[in-house]
Design a protein around this ligand. Structure first.
Ligand SMILES: *[C@@H]1O[C@H](CO)[C@@H](O)[C@H](O)[C@H]1NC(C)=O
Ligand SMILES: *[C@@H]1O[C@H](CO)[C@@H](O)[C@H](O)[C@H]1NC(C)=O
Ligand SMILES: *[C@@H]1O[C@H](CO)[C@@H](O)[C@H](O)[C@H]1NC(C)=O
Ligand SMILES: *[C@@H]1O[C@H](CO)[C@@H](O)[C@H](O)[C@H]1NC(C)=O
Ligand SMILES: *[C@@H]1O[C@H](CO)[C@@H](O)[C@H](O)[C@H]1NC(C)=O
Length: 315
């Protein structure tokens, strides 16, 4: 089977010459890359270090934390899990110090590095605090389109105690719902704290909290969360959002296929929105191979990873 060998040599040479600039890589190309950080697996296109990630998908492991924590590079967004079949689970939350009862205007923003991620599931932004109005803007392009707003009140302690353990209902807690597909790569949350009397029992509720949550994981309100200095990944439990990778160096599949940098291996090219990029999936939805890598570990049905070629090309 001389032609198999020839094909393998050609493949190996191409890999060696083009190195990591050739997309997509194989497990061999990625062999030198860190595989995990603090128990979180790292799957391409995410990666740490030279040749280990696609632009926009660089992650950083903070080894000073115990256990180490994985972040999107240059952000404070902690990654909880990356999936070989695409995307990441992340915590996105803000703790905002305020003076209760006094007027204040606050804003916080979030941006996916390189516009490389989008929120593909219905999600909510929960706001916990007294007497606030919150406005969520999509800042993906331009200064911001209003996506939704909500209002909280704390004047009635009895109502607040009734709200305990239930869904946010405006008593110290409100939420803004966003339905997928939601083409957001960046958003800003503006919060106005109104001047108003706060019940004595709540004078120490000085930190506003805001976090993203998948709609299906609806947050249940707790007065303890209102009173706490801050929320974090432990206190808000399962409050993660799943973000999908989007390759934005080409606007759509048609143009992407013509470029050497085309990200999809033995996988399908998918578009979301109009000319905002594409992502890759295995043709069988139960196939949890990585659509961004060729050969072993990639989608199991693709043209590059026929079982014959695997055997032919040692890893
Ligand atoms: C992480 O990778 C290890 C080794 O490949 C695997 O056994 C484990 O199930 C993975 N964890 C998750 C949460 O995917
Ligand atoms: C992170 O920030 C540094 C310094 O501002 C910059 O040089 C680098 O390109 C950034 N990396 C990413 C992935 O945005
Ligand atoms: C956000 O707040 C900062 C000050 O904290 C302010 O300088 C900036 O203009 C605000 N941005 C918007 C869009 O309101
Ligand atoms: C608020 O905090 C102060 C200082 O920690 C404490 O002395 C006070 O009892 C607290 N007030 C309430 C109502 O919890
Ligand atoms: C979350 O906050 C609690 C209470 O402030 C703290 O004990 C815990 O260590 C924090 N967890 C993380 C992961 O930062």
């Amino acid at each position: 089977m001389w032609w198999f060998k020839l094909a393998c040599i050609a493949l190996a040479v191409a890999t060696a010459v083009l190195g990591v600039s050739a997309a997509p890589p194989s497990v061999v190309d990625l062999a030198h890359c860190p595989k995990s950080c603090g128990g979180v697996n790292i799957s391409y296109p995410f990666g740490i270090g030279q040749g280990c990630f696609r632009p926009g998908f660089e992650v950083t492991c903070n080894h000073n934390a115990r256990p180490p924590k994985l972040f999107l590079t240059n952000t404070t967004t902690k990654i909880v899990q990356t999936y070989p079949w695409g995307g990441v689970d992340m915590f996105i939350f803000f703790n905002i110090a305020t003076r209760p009862g006094a007027f204040g205007s606050y804003n916080r923003s979030w941006k996916a590095p390189g516009k490389s991620l989008f929120i593909g599931q219905d999600f909510i932004v929960v706001i916990i605090g007294c007497g606030v109005e919150a406005f969520l803007f999509d800042t993906t392009s331009g200064p911001g389109n209003l996506l939704g707003s909500c209002v909280t009140m704390c004047d009635d302690m009895v109502a607040l105690e009734i709200a305990e353990g239930g869904y946010c209902n405006g008593m110290a807690c409100c939420y803004i719902v966003l339905y997928a597909p939601f083409e957001v790569h960046a958003f800003r949350l503006d919060i106005i704290q109104k001047e108003q009397a706060v019940p004595v029992a709540l004078v120490n509720a000085t930190t506003l909290k805001a976090f993203l949550l998948e709609y299906k994981d609806m947050y249940t309100f707790s007065i303890l969360d209102l009173l706490s200095d801050k929320v974090n990944e432990s206190t808000i439990g399962a409050a993660t959002v799943h973000l999908w990778p989007v390759i934005t160096d080409q606007p759509n599949c048609q143009t992407a296929r013509m470029h050497e940098q085309y990200a999809c291996a033995a996988s399908n090219c998918q578009e979301y929105g109009e000319n905002v990029g594409y992502w890759c999936t295995c043709s069988n939805e139960n196939d949890h191979g990585n659509p961004y890598i060729v050969g072993r570990g990639g989608c199991s049905e693709g043209k590059y990873c026929s079982s014959i070629l695997w055997q032919c090309c040692p890893q």
